[in-house]
Design a protein around this ligand. Structure first.
Ligand code: NAD
Length: 416
């Protein structure tokens, strides 16, 4: 496979291997190769200067055999249908690996939120949900935040949906603010889920957290929260970075202090505290035991995979490792815990939010944490068993588990 392949072609390559391993018949394979629905609309928005602008918006629904479609909505100038298709498909794999009763979808609006006023952003959010009101809903398709969309955007969308449908619909969207149907623990869920898996893996290998150095690329929601959990559990967080660069301090950094520095200077690289500044490229190749990409896709690629020194890579970001890098890392015996497993904590707590919206209950932080831990460890166990049984990578094992579960349900429903 060459690096020029599009995200959806990459997904198709992994899907094809998983379907070979599952021995699916040609007709069965066909029903998984393309999304079930691709909805496209041009949405009109009134701008502050009195003009009207039209934005391209879409919602890709890949598979809903196991339950309502589930996946975020991104606002981005380059929101591109091929990428959204791949993300929708990966959501279906992720929800199936997590064992939650939901499918996979993703949406987008081609716009630059940095150029929009708050009022215009609200207008785009409301126009999006009006355009797709018949295709979303608590039993149909449940959106969530993604790149550049926030709990506030989810609140506008829920409000608009409730007005349009003249209904009360707390479970039609997740990632909402606490004041309007959100769940406790959603903000830390992705890192928390990744932490449970990593800690389980470390202990199962007979390793000691206090002897392990971790490098984390990205200090946003996923990366900064993960740094705090690891520090608290006794790991040595030796390197962190953001878009402006990073720091490496062999003896470890205090994530709380780094967060303060970032708040004051705008970057984690504001003060090295006896360590040294590193670029984002250097961070990936540092002498650490565990590497956690938590920012962008494709950062571990054919160009640098040979230089990675960590023995374990935990993918909190979506798609940080290219297929070329996967092959190199596998050859070196590096364990990659893949995105569809490692960052599934976010969608899992989104599912908990949906459950709470449907039942009218409000779970405590302890309840969410206990249920999240159980879900993550159970999916990790299934993936590890599959990997050991078939002697395949954790990424391929996660695909086999996810695709296998979707196929099982499709067969039970008579869809295959
Ligand atoms: P975020 O916007 O909160 O943080 C992103 C971080 O990456 C920031 O610190 C930013 O400075 C940094 N960054 C940007 N460009 C960079 C560069 N060139 N080099 C290094 N760092 C750079 O985003 P997030 O919510 O933490 O998401 C991070 C990744 O995790 C994404 O791939 C996202 O899809 C994935 N993810 C997040 C969630 C979630 O619930 N937040 C769930 C699943 C997956």
């Amino acid at each position: 496979m060459t690096p020029q392949h599009t995200p959806y072609e990459r997904f198709r390559a992994n899907l094809a291997t998983a379907m070979d391993l599952l021995d699916l018949a040609p007709a069965e394979r066909k029903s998984l190769e393309e999304p079930k629905n691709i909805h496209r609309k041009a949405i009109d928005v009134a701008m502050d200067d009195g003009t009207k602008r039209t934005f391209d918006a879409f919602r890709v629904q890949y598979n809903d055999a196991r339950g309502p479609y589930k996946g975020g909505i991104r606002f981005h100038p380059l929101a591109d249908e091929d990428e959204v298709k791949a993300l929708a498909a990966l959501m279906a794999i992720k929800t199936a690996v997590a064992g939650i009763p939901m499918g996979g979808a993703k949406g987008g609006v081609q716009c630059n939120p940095k150029e929009l006023s708050r009022k215009e952003l609200e207008a785009v959010s409301r126009a999006y949900i009006r355009a797709f009101a018949d295709h979303v809903g608590e039993d149909i398709d449940v959106p969530a935040p993604d790149v550049n969309t926030t709990p506030q955007v989810m609140a506008w969308m829920r409000d608009e949906y409730e007005k349009a449908k003249r209904t009360y619909a707390p479970a039609m969207i997740t990632g909402k603010p606490m004041a309007y149907g959100g769940s406790v623990g959603r903000d830390t869920a992705t890192a928390r889920g990744g932490f449970f898996i990593l800690d389980e893996y470390v202990r199962s290998q007979g390793l000691k957290p206090e002897k392990l150095r971790v490098a984390i690329q990205g200090f946003g929601n996923a990366g900064a929260t993960m740094a705090a959990f690891l520090h608290e559990a006794g790991y040595t967080v030796a390197a962190v970075s953001d878009s402006k660069g990073g720091i490496f301090r062999e003896r470890g950094i205090d994530p709380k202090r780094v967060a303060e520095i970032k708040a004051q200077t705008g970057s984690v690289a504001g003060e090295t505290d006896g360590g040294r500044a590193v670029t984002n490229e250097e961070l990936l190749e540092l002498p650490c035991d565990i590497l956690i990409p938590a920012a962008l896709d494709n950062v571990i690629n054919g160009g640098n995979a040979g230089n990675i020194r960590a023995r374990t890579v935990l993918e909190l970001a979506n798609g940080p490792t290219t297929p070329e890098a996967d092959a190199v890392l596998e050859g070196k015996g590096v364990t990659v815990i893949p995105d569809v497993l490692a960052n599934a904590g976010g969608v899992t707590v989104s599912y908990f939010e949906w459950c709470q919206g449907r039942s009218g209950e409000q779970w405590t932080a302890d309840e969410v944490d206990t249920k999240l831990r159980r879900t993550m460890l159970e999916s990790f166990r299934a993936v590890r068993e599959e990997a050991a049984k078939r002697k395949i990578s954790h990424r391929m094992a996660a695909f086999v588990v996810g695709v296998g579960r979707i196929v099982e349900t499709m067969k039970a429903r008579g869809w295959m």
